[in-house]
Ligand binder design. Structure first.
Ligand code: PRX
Length: 659
């Protein structure tokens, strides 16, 4: 455990507690008995949830087969269709008129899509993509802004049993290309562009560029017209989404697939350079996505207006925009843009307009709103809110308190939900109506989930102890592998403690046995709730001709949680150019280069040009010391450095302004 943030340790002295009100508890979906039911027979509990939340074409008889561990089979002999569960069955049950999606475009355009509308549009899209030769088992890359078509495209794929791979619209052409290649995608679904900070931004050019980087298996590109910008067109390959849908029938029979059929691949950063394609399958994933949406948010599909602010480019958008709420038949808001366009109250205006009752967002957004001040949300009626959720990184108690007081009117439960792309759905969270919430703690594994905290030797620690967070029983929405790399799957998650899933996070139990997450213990950073790999950014930097060597660390940042700080050694010629033209130009070019290789979110906050990097005698970069510099702390123990004077010059460089 090298990476603990000492500032987090004093969280454990938190004594504030917010028990549920009697009124809330009386109407809550969750009850304390849920934990007991799950404890009594964990597998039967999950089988009950799978039957309750999903409609199966062929019922399953087997719950879990873990004989081929770490690959699990949940509900393995059952068959079902994800889209039928998310859309059609609600129409069949007479809820076709219920609004599924309340869309707010950034420029102010709106759309209201009922479940019946969704069924029609998804069916047309499914027919359209089938007409392009896409079939069960194929992969489809989706590269779209946060517009209803993103959800419709995912559901259209799932309807025919094609596996979707959503690539966040903020990723670069290079990142898109590597994901298309890795998954052998046959089709790309994109848009001309989207709206971002009051302006149209483009997307299609990145697809065009990605497809010229090498030979791919892509035969067609379906293009949604969102902004009306001019786009380059490759005849025979590119097809307008609206034309393809208009030509397609609105009748389509969902294709039943086996429970373990691949529903989606989603790429996420790990400790090594190449993003991992996390594979999720159908039956178990949908069970846990639906179950957690219902219980952790106390969702009442008939009356709630739910809003998860995540983009579908991230796992939160998969589980808590597309699948969880729709499987439950909920009404949800989808907003395309940023919280401050055209004004800093935009989110709160949307909450007031649609009478949002459940809001799920990330600590970084909450801290940004704190910075903007209480007066901004105070202008809007937020009294309909009744549950608030947080995800993506540890939420500091001040942000938690602000969220509850200013947004939740001192009345709403706040659920701090811990999970990962790999876990597929929420794993640790308070249950509203049951748990007495503690600001800053995710608290308790959900009913049916077993987690422990282990020490270095793999021994479970008790209350008051700290170490590595492990999940010691398989769970329905667990990842089924890394696409195309079985060895890496075993090595990454199941080898630190052989046979047990290690999540990469450090955690502590307080004296009551509640879990406090302490951040990653590996070289993964968390910037605005988005996972970035230090190695991946280092690789991007050294791929620039000017850079000889690079080291990247995540430094504490008041708004984004962590920020990317890079230390680079330049090659001789670049150094001369830097001296001639001024370091700013070089640093600017390198930041732009990282944005081009990965995406703007990976752009270092600062880049410091150094003459040497701190290394151990065996050549390992000591990031701990660089983090000290980046966080303006006194540099720690340097005795294991090959050259202990290196840190003096780096610290002097940082003090001199660095970037
Ligand atoms: O370090 C944990 C942090 O985010 C990581 C997972 O990132 P990703 O796969 O991108 O998924 C983010 C959305 C689920 C975890 O390993 N993390 C996520 N939620 C929390 C958290 N850390 C502390 N508290 C949380 N509630």
């Amino acid at each position: 455990m090298t990476d603990h943030n000492p500032a987090l340790e004093n969280l454990l002295t938190e004594t504030r507690s917010f028990p549920p009100s009697a009124e809330f508890a009386a109407q809550a979906n969750s009850t304390p008995e849920l934990y007991e039911q799950a404890k009594a027979d964990r597998l039967e509990f999950w089988a009950d949830q799978a039957r309750r939340f999903l409609t199966w074409d062929k019922p399953f008889s087997e719950v879990l087969d873990f004989s081929d561990a770490p690959k699990a089979r949940w509900f393995g002999d059952g068959t079902l269709n994800a889209t039928y569960n998310a859309v059609d069955r609600h129409v069949e049950a007479g809820n076709g008129d219920r609004v599924a999606i309340l869309f707010e475009g950034e420029p102010g355009d709106t759309r209201e899509i009922t479940y019946a509308d969704l069924q029609r549009e998804v069916s047309q899209a499914a027919n359209a993509i089938e007409a392009l030769g896409v079939t069960t088992g194929d992969r489809v890359a989706i590269y779209l802004p946060m517009i209803p078509e993103a959800v419709i495209a995912m559901l259209a794929c799932a309807r025919i049993g094609a596996t979707h791979s959503v690539v966040f619209g903020g990723f670069s052409a290079e990142a898109l290309y590597s994901r298309i290649i890795d998954a052998d995608a046959k089709l790309v679904i994109t848009a001309d562009g989207g709206y971002r900070r009051g302006k149209p931004s483009s997307l299609k050019p990145a697809v065009d560029e990605a497809l010229t980087k090498g030979t791919t298996t892509v035969t067609n590109v379906l293009v949604v017209r969102r902004t009306g910008q001019d786009v380059a067109w490759t005849d025979g390959r590119d097809i307008w989404w609206h034309e393809a849908l208009e030509a397609a029938s609105a009748e389509h029979t969902p294709v039943p697939v086996e429970a373990e059929h691949p529903l989606f691949i989603l790429y996420t950063s790990g400790t090594t350079g190449k993003p991992k394609g996390i594979l999720h399958t159908t039956g178990g994933y949908l069970t846990q996505a639906a179950y957690t949406t219902y219980y952790t948010f106390d969702l009442k599909p008939e009356s709630d207006v739910y809003w998860c602010t995540a983009d579908v480019g991230w796992v939160t958008g998969h589980s808590y925009v597309t699948y969880g709420p729709l499987i439950n038949g909920a009404t949800q808001v989808i907003y395309e843009g940023t919280p401050d366009t055209p004004h800093k109250g935009r989110w709160w205006e949307i909450v007031a307009k649609h009478k949002v009752t459940i809001l799920y967002t990330a600590p970084t957004a909450i801290r940004t709103c704190m910075k903007w001040g209480e007066d901004v949300p105070a202008e809007f009626d937020l009294s309909t809110l009744r549950v608030l959720g947080s995800v993506g990184e540890p939420i500091n108690p001040e942000a938690w308190m602000w969220y509850r007081r200013v947004i939740g009117g001192d009345r709403t439960p706040v659920v701090d939900t811990w999970w990962q792309t790999e876990t597929g759905a929420i794993m640790i969270s308070p249950l509203p109506g049951v748990t007495a919430a503690k600001p800053g703690s995710a608290q308790t594994a959900l009913p049916g989930i077993e987690v422990e905290i282990w020490d270095d030797a793999g021994k479970a620690v008790g209350p008051g102890g700290g170490g590595y967070l492990v999940i010691n029983e398989p769970w329905p929405s667990m990842l089924r592998g890394i696409w195309g790399d079985e060895e890496r799957f075993k090595e990454t998650y199941w080898s630190r403690f052989p046979g047990t899933y290690f999540a990469g996070d450090g955690a502590k139990f307080d004296d009551d046995g509640d879990v406090w997450l302490l951040g990653r213990v590996d070289d993964v950073m968390n910037v605005s709730g988005h996972r970035l790999s230090t190695t991946e950014i280092e690789s991007a930097l050294v791929s620039h001709e000017w850079v000889a060597e690079a080291a990247v660390v995540g430094a504490k940042d008041d708004t984004t949680g962590q920020a990317v700080v890079a230390f680079v050694i330049l090659r001789g010629e670049a150094l001369e150019a830097a001296e001639a033209e001024g370091g700013d130009k070089v640093v600017g070019a390198l930041r732009a280069h990282v944005a081009g290789e990965i995406g703007p979110i990976a752009k270092p906050r600062s880049i410091l040009v150094v003459a040497e990097l701190p290394k151990t005698r065996s050549g390992k970069i000591m990031r701990r010391l660089l983090r000290d510099v980046a966080e303006n702390r006194e540099v720690g123990d340097v005795t294991t450095l090959a050259d202990s004077t290196v840190m003096d010059s780096i610290s002097a460089g940082m003090a001199g302004g660095g970037d």
